[in-house]
Write a protein that binds this ligand. Structure first.
Ligand code: FES
Length: 166
């Protein structure tokens, strides 16, 4: 009889420990979840932190748009449904140079490093300047707030040149 009581007490204690562990796990998960919630709120705050900038279209029209940090200038042209004839023909795969944009020198210095692949494509761009870049390779940052990008008078789509010579 006393053995049975002892076993029950032991089982009760073990179940109690298990219950406490489960509670601890739940609390731990809850803490992680609340941490995730904070992170999500932080991400939403970043997303709402839009950057305003301007395109000068081929006809001289100034177009003001807003984009999210991390978006490329090609993303913005697509998202805002801007009508820059032939712009972004390769959809950002660095195969066309139709997303060629020209910047003021001050802005150009803030755009970051030009990769060799971008430089190769830029060499084929129509109306190349010292401050030319490919829009699909430039990501928005807060430091680019208010920048101006000029769309060149014409575009060269290297893919079409290759097609025509074939
Ligand atoms: S969209 Fe083709 S190189 Fe940028």
């Amino acid at each position: 009889m006393s053995l049975l009581i002892a076993l029950r007490r032991l089982a009760h204690v073990r179940l109690g420990e298990l219950s406490r562990r489960t509670t601890a796990v739940t609390l731990s998960s809850g803490a992680r979840l609340s941490g995730l919630r904070s992170f999500t709120v932080g991400t939403q705050a970043l997303r709402s932190d839009k950057v305003t900038f301007h395109f000068i279209n081929r006809d001289g029209e100034k177009i003001t748009v807003k984009g999210s940090p991390g978006d490329t200038l090609l993303d913005i042209v697509i998202n805002e449904d801007l009508d820059f004839d032939g712009f972004g023909a390769c959809e950002g795969t660095l195969a066309c140079s139709t997303c060629h944009l020209i910047f003021d020198e001050e802005v150009y210095k803030k755009l970051g490093r030009v990769t060799d692949e971008e430089m190769d494509m830029l060499d084929l761009a129509y109306g190349l300047t010292e401050t030319s870049r490919l829009g699909c390779q430039i990501c928005l940052t807060k430091s680019l707030e208010g920048m101006v990008a000029r769309v060149p008078d014409s575009v060269t789509d290297i893919r079409q040149s290759k097609d025509e010579s074939a």
